[in-house]
Every structure is written in structure tokens, then in C-alpha cells.
Design a protein around this ligand. Structure first.
Ligand code: PLP
Length: 378
């Protein structure tokens, strides 16, 4: 059976060109980058070349780029460092952040006895910018705002410029989880007031276990992992050279064909949206679908009934990989804190379809046919 993979917000397929770029660092170029002889110099050069490339792509300096093991580690390092070393007394976040942010904020607030505020959400789960400004106006003490650039479940995008200028105006630190947007949009850090930014290679056809943290040079935080002096004393541990090279290569490829890929993937999303609306009565679209929305994600709420309750599992049996969909007996939406917060009263089965440049229109049409068959057969 030909499988159809529509869960690219969870992870993406490694690009074979990325693997080619990584391969020498698993074989001939195996030197420890801290070694001073030729093997070490070679790998050190590969790391610094990758860092330079990424810094150039983000319009920032190499000294502000740190390699980590994943997006989760990046956000943990930024948030912990801000509270521990930059004397943050008040954290402002939203209730629909990724758990890498939410749980870290909750831990830090209780561990260090800091104030934690959740910004209100507007109708489609967008940040209520008026409420954010009010929180910033009323805050006292050093404040950190942490808001994701794009939501990984419903695809809503943050107005980065707006939040960044609020943070500048009210002298707050700003961390953004850009795990769903780096590699999907160009990023110009020279134009934004951002203190910390988290990214992860496996969301744009790079390797898993390869993260990045941008730390603006004005922020001196201490390392969260102690030991050796790697990453300019910020993150101890022998560097994962292949993964670092893989990050840079995946970013290079993504940016090379960004316009083309974006248009193609956006059309797939539109096609699925339009066809599902025609085929399935009473479905709802989650998030700010017709507003500021990521082109890679479509989150659909199917009316809850016997045929939709097991929809993602039944699609899996047909070879279609999608995310979400667990429903619980009370009629609330299974496990998703995002759907629960944005749509507290809805009785739907949420399914996240997420696309990449490897998907085809034939796959989209086949998925609509299968979903319609499963839902309309009862
Ligand atoms: N933040 C967002 C928005 C994500 O989608 C993910 C991935 O699931 C993460 C953080 C965590 O990234 P990683 O898997 O690299 O730890």
C-alpha cells in the first residue's frame, strides 16, 4: 500500500542532499572539533562555516548562533537563562504555546517564584495584541515575553514585528519559538527586536536532534550544560558535527526554493480545504485559516460522531498519516491543549493535516476521497 504522509509539522523526511552533506562527518571526517591537529581543524571549520552561513541567512552575526540538540533544548536554555541570569521577574506567554515553552515557564515560575501571565486569545486563537500591550504597560520588574512564531497545531502566525516593537517599547525581553517557521520563511533578525529564537532542523527536511538558538549579543546568559568549553562556553559536549552541517544544508536548500515551494504547498492546503468543505457537511476549520496562517498546516474539526471518533486511526489503516483526532467520552477534545483553549465548547474531532513539497495533488484528492468515504459511510 502506498502511504500518504501528511504530518510534516511533526517531522519531515530528510533531504537526500542534506544526507550527502552530512555523510563525510560520519565517515572520513570524524575528528573531535576541539582537537588541534588536522582532523579536528577540518571539523571545526565545518561547524564554523555552517554557523556563518546561518548567521548570514538570518542577517545576524555568527557569535549569536548556538547549536543545540533540538528546539526543546533551545527554548529551555533561553527561558531558563533569562529567568536565572537576566533577573526576569515576570513571564508573559500564551496558553497555546508548545509544551517545551509552557512547561518550562510553569517550572520557572514556581521554582524561582516569578509571576506568570497568559495573554488572552482572540476568536480564532490569535494573540489579543491589545491584551499583550496592557500586560506590558502594567508590568513591573524585568519582563520576558515568550510567544511562538507559528502554532504547530492550528498554524496561526504571530505578528513578529508587532510583538518585537512592543517588547522594545516596554523594555521587555522577547523569546520566540520559531520551530515551525525557520526553513519555511526567510528571517531577517536585523529588523526585529528579538532576544532569543529557537529553531529545529527536522521541521524542514534536516536531521532530527539538530537545534539552534539565537541569542542576541546584549544578553549574557550562563550555560545550562556544564563541562567543556564548546559553543563558546555556552553548551558543553562534543559537537554533533554531522547534524550541525545538516542544519545549514537544509536551511540552504529550503531558502533556495522558498518562493516556489511556498506557492506549491499553499496550493495543496487550499485544495484540501476546498475539497473537504465540499465533501463533508458541518466541518469547521480551526485557527485563523483565512488570516495570518502557516501555509503548511490545516487543522479541521470534524463533527463528532461514531465515524469520526476513530478517524485518524482509520486513516492510518488506509495508509494516511495525520495527527490528532483523539476524542474523549465527555465530548471535549482529547489531548490538545490548543484546541481546548481556543474552542472550549466545540464538540469536534480535530485532525491536523500538514504538508511538504513532497506531497502531490493526487495525494490530496485521495485523502479527501478516503475521509469522505469513512465519514459518509455510516
Ligand atoms: N516548538 C514547536 C512549535 C514544535 O512544533 C516543536 C516540535 O514538535 C518543538 C517546539 C520541539 O522541537 P524539537 O522536536 O526539535 O525538540
Amino acid at each position: 500500500m502506498q502511504r500518504i504522509y501528511l504530518d510534516n509539522a511533526a517531522t519531515t523526511k530528510l533531504d537526500s542532499k542534506v544526507l550527502d552533506a552530512m555523510m563525510p562527518f560520519f565517515t572520513e571526517q570524524f575528528g573531535n572539533a576541539s582537537a588541534i591537529y588536522s582532523y579536528g581543524r577540518e571539523t571545526r571549520m565545518a561547524i564554523e562555516k555552517s554557523r556563518r552561513f546561518i548567521a548570514q541567512a538570518f542577517k545576524t552575526t555568527p557569535s549569536e548562533i548556538f547549536f543545540t540538540s533540538c528546539g526543546t533544548e533551545s527554548s529551555n536554555t533561553a527561558l531558563q537563562g533569562a529567568v536565572r541570569d537576566l533577573k526576569v521577574e515576570h513571564i508573559i506567554t500564551s496558553p497555546i504555546e508548545h509544551h517545551a515553552t509552557l512547561y518550562t515557564c510553569q517550572y520557572l515560575a514556581s521554582q524561582y517564584n516569578r509571576k506568570l501571565s497568559y495573554v488572552k486569545l482572540s476568536e480564532h486563537g490569535q494573540i489579543d495584541y491589545g491584551d499583550l500591550e496592557k500586560l506590558l504597560q502594567e508590568t513591573s520588574g524585568k519582563t520576558l515575553v515568550t510567544l511562538m512564531h507559528a502554532n504547530n497545531e492550528i498554524g496561526n502566525m504571530l505578528n513578529l514585528e508587532r510583538v518585537s516593537s512592543y517588547c522594545q517599547e516596554y523594555n521587555a525581553l522577547f523569546h520566540t519559538d520559531s520551530v515551525q517557521t525557520v526553513g519555511h520563511y526567510p528571517l531577517d533578525l536585523s529588523k526585529l527586536h528579538i532576544d532569543f529564537l529557537s529553531a529545529s532542523a527536522h521541521k524542514f527536511h534536516g536531521p532530527k536532534g539538530s537545534g539552534l538558538l539565537y541569542i542576541n549579543k546584549n544578553n549574557q546568559i550562563k550555560p545550562s550544560i556544564l563541562g567543556g568549553g564548546q559553543e563558546r562556553n555556552m553548551r558543553a559536549g562534543t559537537e554533533n558535527i554531522a547534524n550541525i552541517v545538516g542544519f545549514a544544508k537544509a536551511l540552504e536548500l529550503a531558502m533556495e526554493s522558498f518562493e516556489e515551494d511556498k506557492a506549491y504547498v499553499q496550493a495543496l492546503k487550499e485544495r484540501l480545504k476546498t475539497k473537504l468543505i465540499t465533501a463533508i457537511p458541518n466541518l469547521v476549520l480551526h485557527g485563523d485559516v483565512d488570516g495570518n496562517s502557516l501555509y503548511t498546516i490545516l487543522n479541521v474539526g470534524f463533527p463528532m460522531n461514531d465515524s469520526t471518533e476513530m478517524l485518524s486511526m482509520n486513516l492510518d489503516i488506509q495508509g494516511v498519516c495525520v495527527s490528532g483526532g483523539s476524542a474523549c467520552t465527555s465530548g471535549a477534545q482529547g489531548g490538545s491543549h490548543v484546541i481546548r483553549n481556543v474552542y472550549p465548547n466545540a464538540s469536534v474531532v480535530p485532525i491536523r493535516f500538514s504538508f511538504s513539497k513532497h506531497n502531490t495533488t493526487e495525494e490530496i484528492d485521495r485523502v479527501v476521497e478516503l475521509v469522505a468515504g469513512l465519514i459518509n459511510k455510516q
